[in-house]
Design a protein around this ligand. Structure first.
Ligand code: HEC
Ligand code: HEC
Ligand code: HEC
Ligand code: HEC
Ligand code: HEC
Ligand code: HEC
Ligand code: HEC
Ligand code: HEC
Ligand code: HEC
Length: 336
């Protein structure tokens, strides 16, 4: 993972180590007691993750004792700076990317980090998604089909907590975000689906989760064979004509026709074992034209190879399902 260059200032931290002589250093200004965190403020270094200067008893890098009598004057340790200004004493950088998380923009670092210590890494105030749900409505992330990283609370798999040059604080843009975890081979081939080529994975998938199979944004069947109903393929029909498989005869609706015989209708529109689009098409990309898969499901674990050749006015399909068959939109082919 790449740390946000904004907040990671190795040089500043190193400079600080030099100044204080490392983590063994104690506050040794006149009038300032040594061993704050071993004698009086043990509770400030109790948790698993203690902030560097707190652990090394360098309280005065943030608290200014000048002109005050501590511990006689209780609560008198002022801060050397307020808000994000205090942090920038050691963590240099500016919030200068296109999208800055609102709490970061207003310098409210302590909304998420405890300044002294915490049971959680990076002195965070809560773990995983719980930190985010302190401000964002958890209910919105409870879809029936949840994306695995959301279910696991890894919001940071996709979002930067501070800032980003991508919309919605994302760690990548377009399909690049998805390919942080998924194999980009799925988007390669002879034919690539329009929205996939454009990086529009979220045209079809809801990144957090959805009520539909495979976190899709609309209905699409899990099965390869099912009785035909238009609404089963609502996802595809969000962009393609709803009438694709409606009528037996057409001269316009689809290119998958022999003369005017609608071959989409023939394969899909059946009362019992109609085919799903994915019997023939890969929704992402394929090694044959028109998103036609190389193998389609057969019986059991056996897959039927399918060889598809496209012509200017039709095509030929050599598949285990039937004898080689051709179709032609202009001059209907009489298949054996
Ligand atoms: C990195 C800066 C920083 C360092 C180092 C630091 N503090 Fe603080 N401290 C703060 C800030 C900021 C607050 C105000 C916290 C708030 O508003 O939540 C604070 C508040 C406090 C408070 C009052 C509120 C509370 O949390 O109990 C005490 C006591 C305290 N610090 C003690 C210490 C001691 C002891 C050390 C050294 C062992 C130390 N601090 C080191 C930044 C720091
Ligand atoms: C006096 C210097 C100093 C100040 C002021 C300071 N820090 Fe730090 N901070 C450090 C050092 C040193 C480390 C340890 C760096 C390391 O371990 O690589 C650290 C570590 C951290 C880490 C954990 C990073 C990690 O990799 O574990 C966070 C988060 C952090 N600081 C947040 C803050 C915030 C928020 C503020 C302001 C409220 C702040 N710091 C103010 C010196 C400072
Ligand atoms: C919305 C919550 C949130 C706010 C607000 C926030 N942080 Fe963080 N910060 C995080 C989380 C979460 C991580 C852990 C990032 C990771 O694991 O990749 C982190 C990591 C860090 C780190 C260590 C890693 C790095 O990115 O360099 C530092 C230093 C840090 N924050 C400083 C700050 C400072 C300074 C501010 C205020 C300007 C601030 N943070 C505001 C949530 C927040
Ligand atoms: C202290 C409150 C707070 C915390 C904690 C917090 N956020 Fe936010 N976040 C906001 C606010 C306020 C907005 C702006 C209004 C909104 O979109 O809800 C925002 C907006 C966002 C946006 C939209 C940004 C945009 O420009 O489109 C994302 C993404 C986001 N937060 C992710 C996270 C993640 C991931 C976490 C946990 C690591 C988190 N937030 C924790 C307060 C918070
Ligand atoms: C797989 C990547 C991914 C994960 C994991 C993820 N998000 Fe997002 N998030 C996105 C994308 C992409 C968007 C932009 C949504 C869009 O297309 O408009 C987004 C948008 C947001 C927004 C802006 C408002 C909205 O809903 O559009 C918030 C807030 C947010 N996410 C919070 C979270 C929180 C909290 C978590 C963890 C529970 C989380 N995200 C996990 C990818 C992710
Ligand atoms: C942080 C890692 C991560 C990122 C980034 C990510 N995913 Fe995932 N995604 C997973 C994991 C883990 C699974 C579950 C295992 C699997 O199916 O590979 C998963 C599963 C899926 C599934 C199958 C869901 C199911 O119900 O079976 C889809 C669809 C998906 N991701 C789409 C996307 C899209 C679209 C993006 C980009 C917006 C994206 N993913 C970004 C980690 C990620
Ligand atoms: C046109 C709509 C559409 C677009 C755009 C799209 N997908 Fe999909 N995706 C689907 C459909 C439909 C399925 C379910 C396929 C099935 O049932 O076998 C799916 C399944 C998946 C799966 C699960 C695969 C499995 O075997 O479980 C992942 C992961 C995935 N898509 C990631 C992506 C990524 C990454 C992108 C962008 C590069 C993307 N999708 C773009 C429609 C789309
Ligand atoms: C977000 C819009 C969108 C969705 C949803 C969508 N498509 Fe597409 N589809 C397109 C675009 C854009 C093209 C390219 C059109 C062109 O080139 O003229 C296309 C083209 C196609 C092609 C022709 C590919 C080629 O190489 O010529 C097929 C086949 C296809 N889509 C099948 C599907 C299937 C099956 C579904 C449902 C799983 C679906 N589409 C869902 C937008 C979409
Ligand atoms: C039996 C295999 C098969 C099935 C099942 C199938 N198609 Fe097709 N589809 C094709 C072939 C072959 C073509 C190429 C037609 C041509 O251009 O010659 C095609 C072309 C397309 C096109 C490009 C425009 C057109 O109509 O010519 C779209 C869009 C499309 N199919 C969507 C779908 C959708 C949506 C489904 C499911 C509802 C589906 N297909 C089911 C074989 C199939």
């Amino acid at each position: 993972m790449t740390a946000s260059p904004l907040f990671l200032s190795v040089t500043a931290a190193a400079f600080w180590l030099l100044l204080t002589g490392g983590f063994a250093a104690a506050s040794s200004l006149p009038g300032v007691p040594d061993g704050c965190n071993t004698r009086c403020h043990k509770s400030k270094v109790r948790e698993a993750f203690v902030h560097g200067p707190v652990g090394s008893d360098d309280c005065i890098s943030c608290h200014n004792p000048t002109g005050l009598e501590h511990p006689k004057q209780r609560g008198a340790f002022r801060l050397v700076a307020e808000g994000a200004k205090l942090c920038s004493v050691c963590h240099e950088g500016k919030a200068d990317k296109k999208v800055v998380h609102p709490p970061v923009a207003k310098g409210a670092c302590l909304d998420c980090h405890d300044v002294h210590q915490s049971p959680y890494r990076m002195q965070l105030k809560a773990d995983g998604a719980a930190l985010c749900f302190g401000c964002h409505d958890e209910e919105k992330f409870k879809a029936t089909h949840r994306h695995a990283p959301v279910a696991e609370g890894s919001c940071l798999g996709c979002h930067d907590p501070h800032q980003s040059d991508n919309r919605a604080l994302l760690k990548g843009s377009g399909a690049g975000l998805c390919f942080i975890c998924h194999d980009k081979k799925m988007a390669e081939g002879v034919s690539i689906h329009g929205p996939v080529a454009a990086g529009g994975c979220t045209d079809c998938h809801a990144p957090h989760g959805s009520p539909f199979y495979k976190i899709l944004k609309n209905a699409f069947p899990e099965q390869f064979y099912l009785p035909y109903a238009q609404e089963n393929f609502a996802l595809c029909f969000d962009c393609h004509t709803k009438d694709l498989a409606q009528d037996k005869r057409t001269d316009t609706i689809t290119g998958f026709r022999n003369g005017d015989r609608n071959l989409h209708n023939l394969h899909i529109n059946k009362p019992d074992k109609g085919r799903s689009c994915k019997t023939c098409h890969d929704p992402h990309a394929a090694l044959q034209p028109r998103l036609i898969k190389e193998r389609i499901p057969g019986f059991g674990t056996w897959e039927i190879p399918i060889r598809y050749t496209k012509t200017d006015t039709g095509g030929t399909c050599v598949a285990g399902c039937h004898k080689p068959k051709s179709y032609d939109r202009l001059r209907a082919v009489r298949n054996p």
